[in-house]
Design a protein around this ligand. Structure first.
Ligand code: NOJ
Length: 692
């Protein structure tokens, strides 16, 4: 028997031994409103389990639920289910202050079961919600005598998937950040993965496992125990405890998005729907928009963050970018390297960052004043180098300064030289924590709240993953949390053509990303160095897309803070292509993913917020392909003008990336658009109601 099939057969046998067959599994049943998804939860042999069916197929086999605690009984075995579970349904529509869709329908059926540990008498509730696009469940530990605080040392949650599934994943064991290339493999190649992780079953059903509302808990990775058998593996604190909590507490939701095809995952709102409503009240101060910045210049070694090179963050250079921003409708200019701490090895010297003191060649008052005269804001920057104590000590003063200067958007960064987040206790002893452990989760929310109190929106790089908290805290506008454009400046390898055909079906399911699209000079390392001691990177680090694909990314990769990442002069030299970036919005009224397969291609259409224009993006991997797009999303009867930016017939990401045709044509809802995409290419289309 080939190894793979043997592994599958073994996994199936292990299942029957460990859990009994699916037929024996009976318990409380929960159905999605449309009836396609069914969840069963029950106790057998003293253990709590759930299973999921979709359109009659068992997509999650009976899988354990439970938690183990330090120094008291947990919920592993010896459990009984209490009678009379609670049931509830909801069907409401809520409004997003910004995002992919203005209105989101939240429609689910809910089941709340209580399990009791017979020996200790302790109880735990499991709340399950079934939507038409997936399920979520979480642990809720109610108040009970004698249990005040708890250290969780193991979460037993399992996801037992069909062993024949294919997966798109990044490993969670090699580094504690998410900046890795996705791999497509069978399950047998996986050890431990980050979420969201995407699966395709042989039936064509697509699943994505993730979590929602990660608050005061550790981030969940998934460990595969046998082929198909994934178990929650929470990130520990540096002392080994997984979660330190007080009772009562609720865990984040464990989520499974379920769709009949790949694009169904993109069209799902499950993660947002499992988060709490906005807690910040009036958030009209959170303003989406496009920005430019003194940023790419540092990544391609044209400028430096510190003054030990060609300092980028000078008053004069910032004003030049502000002029460019004002002329072209950008809301802000990001400036990195303006504050004390960047000279020398800034990644190692996070202790030296001051978040209020600027270098003498950067007059922060003058640039913010100048920007305001032009209607352009400075976008603030806090690079912490992972030194959390140093940052938190200055947090209040740092945000006060920005508030005083009218800076309403701040990018933060956690590039830690050690790769860990560092905090120092009262005795001066340093501790090193994961980027996605409970410590990081607490820190990020602290920053969000401090910023919100001053009307500031936050865009963290090297962040904890997104779990939809933007619904509750709408000033958490975007984040990095994947391999972004910067890898094309210095990464070896850079992002391959397939990268942006995987992100929409994986990382982007968690929320917006500050990918920083829009590079027009696709081979920056071929330019001569600006100074001999500032050599360019390897020519192998280049942008592996066509020019048209860079434009398409503005539609494909959603970010309410969306960057035009290249240098102003590179936009000025291609004004026709740049027009699309000038036009495309960063905020949407409606979004629909139209077609695609993970890692192959994707087509997404979005309607601008507060207007009738639609924008369409299509991107492909290494393969050339023709995509046929039905325009039925347009208002029937209204003729539209389509402005198309499409790969030229001879375009190729490697040999001819700049070949692009720009044309206009009349279309209507009944039409189909045929788009020819080159290898590593794409298409960007603006659809405007004729006569507007
Ligand atoms: C890494 C971030 O991803 C990048 O955008 C930033 O320029 C550097 N850190 C410096 O803060």
């Amino acid at each position: 028997m080939p190894t793979f099939f043997r592994a599958v057969a073994l996994a199936a046998a292990l299942w029957t031994a460990a859990t009994g067959s699916a037929q024996e599994f009976e318990g409380e049943r929960l159905r999605s409103p449309g009836g396609d998804i069914e969840v069963n939860v029950s106790v057998s042999d003293g253990r709590l389990r759930y299973a999921v069916h979709y359109l009659g197929e068992e997509i999650v086999r009976p899988s354990q639920l439970g938690l183990l605690f330090e120094s008291r009984h947990g919920f592993h075995d010896g459990l009984v289910l209490l009678e009379e579970p609670e049931r509830r349904s909801a069907d409401t529509t809520w409004e997003q202050p910004w995002g992919e869709n203005r209105f989101v329908r939240e429609h689910y059926n809910e089941l709340l079961v209580t399990a009791r540990h017979e020996d200790s008498g302790a109880v735990i509730d499991i709340r399950l919600r079934a939507f038409d696009d997936g399920i979520g469940f979480r642990y809720e530990m109610p108040e009970q005598p004698g249990i005040e605080s708890l250290n969780i040392v193991r979460e037993l949650t399992q996801f037992a998937l069909p062993p024949e599934a294919a997966a798109w994943w990044i490993p969670a064991d090699r580094t504690n950040r998410y900046e890795l290339l996705y791999r497509q493999t069978g399950l047998e190649e996986i050890e431990r993965v980050h979420t969201p992780v995407t699966f395709r079953l042989p039936s064509g059903t697509h699943l994505s496992i993730h979590e929602a509302a990660l608050v005061d808990y550790s981030g969940m990775t998934l460990m595969q125990e046998y082929t198909g058998g994934f178990r929650a593996a929470l990130r520990p604190w540096s002392d080994g405890v997984l979660v330190k909590t007080a009772v009562p507490f609720v865990s984040p939701w464990r989520t499974i998005q379920i769709a009949p095809d790949a694009v169904g995952l993109i069209n799902s709102n499950l993660i947002l729907n499992l988060n709490e409503p906005n807690r910040l009240g009036d958030v009209s101060w959170v303003k989406p928009g496009k920005y430019v910045g003194i940023w790419w210049a540092m990544h391609i070694n044209e400028r430096t963050w510190g003054r030990d090179g060609v300092h980028g963050a000078t008053t004069e250079e910032t004003m030049r970018y502000m002029d460019f921003a004002a002329e072209n409708g950008f809301v802000g200019v990001l400036v990195e390297g303006w504050n004390v701490g960047w000279d020398g090895d800034w990644q190692a010297a996070g202790d030296l960052f001051s978040f209020t003191e600027s270098y003498p060649d950067f007059d922060i008052e003058a640039v913010t004043r100048y920007g305001h005269e032009l209607g352009v804001e400075l976008i603030g920057h806090h690079e912490t180098s992972g030194n959390i104590t140093n940052y938190e000590q200055q947090l209040g003063a740092a945000f006060d300064l920005y508030e005083e200067l009218g800076v309403t958007r701040v990018k933060t960064g956690y590039v830690a030289g050690t790769s860990w987040l560092k905090w120092v206790d009262e005795d001066g002893v340093p501790h090193y924590e994961y980027h996605d452990g409970q410590f990081a989760v607490q820190h990020h929310l602290k920053v969000i709240k401090e910023a919100a109190a001053r009307g500031i929106s936050i865009n963290p790089h090297e962040p904890v993953k997104d779990t939809g908290l933007r619904r509750t805290y709408p000033n958490w506008v975007t984040r990095e949390g994947a391999r972004g454009q910067e890898y094309n400046a210095w990464g070896l390898p850079p992002n391959p053509p397939e990268h942006t055909t995987i992100l929409p079906f994986t990382r982007m399911l968690s929320g917006p990303m500050d990918f920083t699209p829009g590079i027009f000079d696709l081979m920056p390392n071929e330019r001569p160095p600006v100074r001999e001691d500032m050599p360019r990177g390897s020519p192998e680090s280049r942008v592996e897309t066509t020019l048209a694909k860079q434009l398409a990314l503005y539609v494909i990769i959603h970010s309410p803070m969306q960057m035009a990442a290249d240098l102003p002069e590179n936009y000025e030299s291609r004004p026709d292509a740049f027009q699309f970036i000038r036009d495309v919005p960063a905020d949407w009224g409606e979004t629909v993913a139209l077609a695609g397969e993970v890692g192959e291609y994707v087509v997404i259409a979005r309607r601008e917020r507060g207007g009738d224009d639609w924008y369409l993006g299509a991107v492909t991997n290494e393969e050339a392909r023709e995509v046929e797009v039905e325009l039925s999303f347009l208002n029937a009867g209204d003729p539209h003008e389509a402005q198309l930016y499409v790969d030229g017939g001879d375009a190729h990401w490697e040999s001819n990336p700049y070949s692009m045709t720009i044309e206009s044509r009349q279309v209507a809802a009944a039409d189909r658009l045929s788009l020819q995409l080159a290898p590593g290419g794409g298409a960007a289309v603006r659809l405007t109601r004729a006569g507007q």
